[in-house]
Design a protein around this ligand. Structure first.
Ligand SMILES: [Cu+2]
Length: 281
């Protein structure tokens, strides 16, 4: 009973806090269907069409593992009209989240807006396989949007290790421990995710956590499916906390299955990304 009250207090806190809904607002319920266009020699492109917006990437002929390449993509309305103005959300016009099909690889980058909805960035992908690029943005005055395209790196992908349910990991000199409340996460129920950060060498709680893109932490959650769609993508932000070494988030995971959680924190200028597998019942 006491625990229930605690959970409800946290839920209330989460709901009252204006920032946390940024992720879920507009990131679900995209009714459109992906379209698939062959583009270049070894690269196939699936452009996701949302209700009113779409992304169209322009890719090089060949993308080689570990080699830098230039990515250009255009955000337009489905009428073809370029989206010229974007609201700044978390200090950027567009957040590009890159996830491999096996959910083993994660990147979070900020392409430059060249104007008229065209974005460009030089990036690289580590190995053969399929990668989903989630474009997270907000056309000026409109709802937040997520548009998706996929990129193939030619070759045979390495075998995928089975999901590990380890709740601790070391990233650089930081030990990250994830705890959920409730401990067994159920589909459709609000869940609190707590990330405790400690010095890896002696396990003392850290005291140098700084805001990253305006929040004490960013959490991207992707459900394991093939292929990934925008419905598998959740981006949420740290809830207020008085504890300087533990960062709480709240999210509802819509379906049972395996999920990968990518949590990003800023330790005094160094960004660390911790990723965890989670089974939802
Ligand atoms: Cu970002």
């Amino acid at each position: 009973m006491k625990n229930n009250i605690k959970v409800w207090m946290l839920l209330l806190l989460a709901t009252l806090w204006s920032g946390w809904l940024w992720a879920s607002d507009g990131h679900h319920g995209h009714g459109g269907h992906g379209e698939h266009v062959m583009h270049g020699a070894g690269s196939s492109v699936g452009g996701h069409t949302g209700e009113t917006y779409r992304v169209t990437p322009t890719l090089p002929e060949v993308i080689a593992p570990g080699q830098p390449w230039s990515l250009v993509f255009d955000i337009t309305e489905t009428t073809g009209q370029p989206v010229d103005r974007f609201d700044v959300v978390h200090e950027e016009l567009l957040h590009l989240i890159v996830v491999s099909a096996d959910l083993g690889y994660y990147d979070h980058i900020h392409p430059e807006h060249l104007g008229k909805g065209r974005f460009a960035v030089t990036t690289s992908l580590p190995a053969a396989g399929s990668y989903s690029f989630f474009c997270d943005y907000q056309p000026a005055g409109k709802r937040g949007q997520v548009s998706l395209f996929t990129v193939q790196v030619p070759g045979t992908p390495a075998p995928v290790p089975p999901p590990s349910t380890a709740s601790t990991q070391v990233q650089g000199d930081t030990l990250v421990t994830m705890q959920t409340e409730p401990a067994v996460v159920q589909a459709g129920k609000n869940t609190i995710f707590r990330f405790a950060l400690a010095q890896a060498s002696d396990r003392t709680p850290i005291d140098d956590l700084k805001p990253y893109l305006g929040e004490m932490g960013h959490l991207v959650i992707v459900r394991q499916t093939a292929p990934l769609t925008v419905d598998e993508y959740i981006h949420t932000h740290a809830m207020p906390s008085t504890d300087t070494s533990t960062v709480p988030f709240a999210a509802v995971l819509p379906q049972s299955g395996w999920y990968r959680l990518f949590a990003q924190f800023n330790r005094n200028g160094t960004i660390l990304t911790a990723s965890f597998w989670l089974q939802v019942e």
